[in-house]
Each structure stands twice: as C-alpha cells, then as structure tokens.
Design a protein around this ligand. Sequence first.
Ligand code: DX5
Ligand code: ZN
Length: 228
Amino acid sequence: MYEPTLIAPSILSADFLNLEAGVRMVEEGGCDWLHVDVMDGHFVPNLTIGPPHVRALKQVARTPLDVHLMIANPDEQLDWYLDAGADLVTVHIETLADPVRTVSRIHEAGARAAIALNPPTPIERVLEYVDQLDMVLVMSVNPGFSGQSFIPSVIGKITALREHMDRIGHRCRVQVDGGINRMTAPLVAEEGADVLVSGNAVFKADDPAFEISMLRRIADEAHERGLG
Ligand code: DX5
Ligand code: ZN
C-alpha cells in the first residue's frame, strides 16, 4: 500500500531566539510533522532542548510533534516528554534494555512509538519489534549535529527493513534522518522510506515552503518508482 511521503522539518535548524516563527514558517510551508531533536550531551556529543521546550512548542504547533530522543536513559525520562505533549516518541535501540516495555509505555500514554537505529547498528537489532511499532527511524548520519553529510551505506538497511515488513505483513512508516535534501531524498524514498526529516535543507532554503513541496514531490515520485 502506498502512503504519501511525510516531511518533518527539524526545528534544530530553526532560529532558537524565535522558535515560534520557525514553526509557523514550516507549517505554513505545508510540513506534515515537526521533528524535535532532544540531545543529552551523553548519548550524543551535543546538548539541545528538553521538556520545557517540547511543552512550549506544543502550545503553538498545529502539526504533530515528532520527538526524537537521543538520550542515554529514555526509560527514566520518557514520561517527561509524553507529559509535555509529544505525539510520537522515537527512542534509540542502542539505549533500550527492554524495547517491548518502552514501546508499550509510549502507547499506553496515547502516543505513537518509533525505534531508531544509528548508522553502525545492524537492522537485525530492531526486526523482532517492527510489528509493534508505528515507525522505524533509520539514521543516515551519526546523531549529534545538523548539517552533516548523508551516509549512503544506510540505504541497504531501508531495503532490508521493507523486505522484512513485506514478509511479516506489517507495514509501518520508515523515517530517514540526516543529510536529506533533493539529491538524497529520492535514494531513500525509492527503497521505501516515507517520512523524511530535514533540517538544513528546509530551514536554510531561500524558500522553505518551496523546498518542502519539492522534497515531497521528488520523494513521492521515487517512492512510486520503487514500487513499480
Ligand atoms: C541529527 C538529528 C537530525 C538533524 C537533521 O542528529 O537527529 O534531525 O538535525 O539535520 P540535517 O537535515 O541538516 O542533517
Ligand atoms: Zn532527528
């Protein structure tokens, strides 16, 4: 079944002195979700925002908050983000002691759940949980910073993930995050990725609205090519 590509601009690339203006800009530009990058300076070598920002963003956002937790101890801090209004929570497989339990907690709170994997992490680590997930996030950079270059070797992971989903008859969204732009979007969309995070390509564009619609169109075309 074909699902239109969703575009989730990462507010990490917005102007932090005026996040509301950044939110308005990409929402008026037609984005589907707002991607919120939470980094703890421990799981990743950078520190960004936390629950108060998520709560504040929730006050002004009209699109779902897609909260990407790049933190070492999600089981301890999960409730902070659920309470703050996350609509979808992504946790990293590298940080989970009991993925089934963490995913159930997210679902019990009424949010959607995703598991992310870093570029060096093999896809086999997540396959047994796929049937319980709303989305898998395949990282296409080592998490920590926006503006990094896309790592092409992750493309095969998207292919393998889609093949696995076809085998088990459970399809969930596949998100790709890191270095997504007009050049790289078709490479991942053709393999079946259908949620694209984009930081710099959207926020640093001369016309972010145009960039969002271009990315969506390029990805939709590639996605259909991949199915054909
Ligand atoms: C990387 C973050 C990404 C990043 C995307 O650690 O998870 O969401 O900000 O930014 P770009 O699209 O500029 O790579
Ligand atoms: Zn992210």
